[in-house]
Design a protein around this ligand. Structure first.
Ligand code: ADP
Ligand code: MG
Ligand code: ZN
Length: 460
């Protein structure tokens, strides 16, 4: 029998804010365990949560960038459960009235985006376990898709696009290794032609986007094989083991009513005013897909370049600032891609200086080779190219009379090459050009030298 795979993703994203969702503790990653905590995020009784407006703002921004409906009235709910990473035994989340509904990632529809608080992180050692509450209370967005995806590859595409959009909006850094983006993947299979969805399995513990793709690839085959053997799929949660390349049963699935959701009595509902929404709308960033197209059209870049630059918003911004004042955006892109990208964080070169360097090479004031030298010094010191060219006495000689005198000298000193050239060995001119460069200590404009030599030697 032929089977169709159906996938829906639940993605948790830590929102980039200075402080936590309901208290003033810092959200930074990697601090000494349990040093960014207070009675609110430790779950003491009798404390009052205070909503973080920045987290609401960024969730709405994400909703707008993904084409969601922003609900003007949403509220907070308690999701009750017992777990060592949540000592107050409930998580503040949004249940029936989330901030955003609808929307899409590419062609895959979204169900909703709601806001909640992250829980603490448990560590398991040989004989003991530890809990770090620094993460507890970090603003967390849950983005839920419709069961619209049909293959592991769709999931890969979905996550790649979603991540790009969230980074472009400065909503999250989405570093999966730091747990800033975590994906639970729901997957079922059904005979082709069947409209009813199959029983689904939820996969957890994938640490990379390609890990999600691999886990789904394994799981769809496992489910198909089980059905082919006449077995049944039971709703359960399975853990992906990256090393084994397999999924293992973790637990059978809780149902929503097990959480005994009820409205959070300590927080007011969230009312999104026209003015608040308009302000967020003004801060909306261009989507990466649109930006790639614009870079191709506006600057005449190849698609490849546009893709590389847009992959990092800061790099694309840098390119646009440099290209704004340049006649040769492609040259700017080349410098960025080949020289700057591997060490972009250490870059001291201002976009205007890079444009100036490209212009100096373009105008023949310095050679391409000298350009590399100047670039290296610009990178190390942040100085302007003109200051470096001056200080190093690098300027290229483009004065035709001076170059011609050197050409004459080279011709006189190398009668054999001249004879070769005139006998039809056109490559001999390169040797003469090399002599001119040598005589000028590398400063002659090589293109000009070539032209003058050809003229002096006549023909060809
Ligand atoms: P639960 O209540 O078990 O969390 P939801 O209805 O909230 O289930 O759906 C969770 C995610 O699973 C959503 O992304 C949804 O699109 C997806 N999903 C639901 N049913 C299926 C199914 N039969 N096969 C694959 N994905 C599904
Ligand atoms: Mg769910
Ligand atoms: Zn706190």
């Amino acid at each position: 029998m032929n089977y169709e795979t159906v996938i829906g993703l639940e993605v948790h994203v830590q929102i980039k804010t200075r402080t936590k969702m309901f208290c003033g503790c810092a959200t930074e990653f990697g601090a000494e365990p349990n040093t960014r905590v207070c009675p609110v995020c430790l779950g003491y009784p009798g404390v009052l949560p205070v909503m973080n407006e920045e987290a609401v703002r960024k969730t709405i921004l994400a909703g707008l960038m993904l084409g969601c409906t922003i609900n003007r009235f949403s509220k907070w709910d308690r999701k009750n459960y017992f777990y060592p990473d949540m000592p107050k035994n409930y998580q503040i989340s949004q249940y029936d009235l989330p901030l955003c509904t609808g929307g899409a990632v590419g062609q895959f529809r979204l169900t909703r985006i709601h806001l909640e608080e992250d829980v603490a992180k448990s560590f398991h050692f040989e004989r003991t376990s530890g809990v770090d509450f620094n993460r507890a209370g970090t603003p967390l967005m849950e983005i839920v898709s419709e069961p619209d995806l049909r293959s592991p590859e769709d999931a890969f595409q979905y996550l790649t696009t979603l991540k790009e959009i969230l980074i472009a909006g400065d909503i999250s850094d989405c570093d999966m290794e730091k747990g800033q983006l975590r994906c639970d993947a729901n997957v079922s299979v059904r005979p082709v032609g069947q409209t009813q969805l199959g029983e689904k399995v939820e996969l957890k513990n994938m640490n990379t986007i390609s890990g999600v793709r691999r886990a789904l690839g394994y799981e769809e085959q496992r489910q198909i094989a089980a059905l082919e053997r006449g077995g049944k799929i039971t709703q359960e949660t399975r853990r992906w083991d990256e090393l084994a390349g397999k999924t293992f049963v973790m637990r059978t699935k809780e149902y929503a009513h097990d959480y005994r959701y009820f409205s959070e009595p300590d927080l007011m509902p969230v009312i999104v005013s026209d003015a608040f929404l308009a302000e967020i709308q003004r801060g909306i960033k261009e989507l990466p897909e649109a930006r790639r197209r614009r870079l191709v059209e506006q600057y005449g870049l190849p698609e490849y370049d546009a893709g590389v630059l847009v992959a990092d918003t800061a790099v694309a911004d840098y390119f646009e600032q440099a290209a704004a004042g340049s006649k040769n955006p492609k040259a700017i892109s080349n410098w960025i891609m080949t020289e700057l990208l591997p060490k972009f964080a250490e870059n001291k070169i201002s976009p205007a200086h890079l444009a100036e360097l490209v212009a100096a090479i373009e105008a023949g004031r310095i050679s391409g080779k000298q350009g590399k030298e100047v670039f290296a010094e610009m990178f190390a010191t942040g100085q302007s190219p003109s200051a470096i060219i001056k200080a190093r006495g690098l300027a290229q000689v483009s004065d035709a009379a001076v170059v011609e005198a050197l050409c004459v000298q080279a011709i006189k000193a190398n009668p054999k090459s001249v004879a070769d050239y005139q006998a039809g060995n056109t490559a001999a001119i390169n040797f003469l050009k090399g002599q001119v460069m040598k005589l000028s200590q590398g400063k002659a404009n090589p293109q000009l030298a070539g032209e003058i030599l050809a003229r002096l030697l006549g023909g060809h």
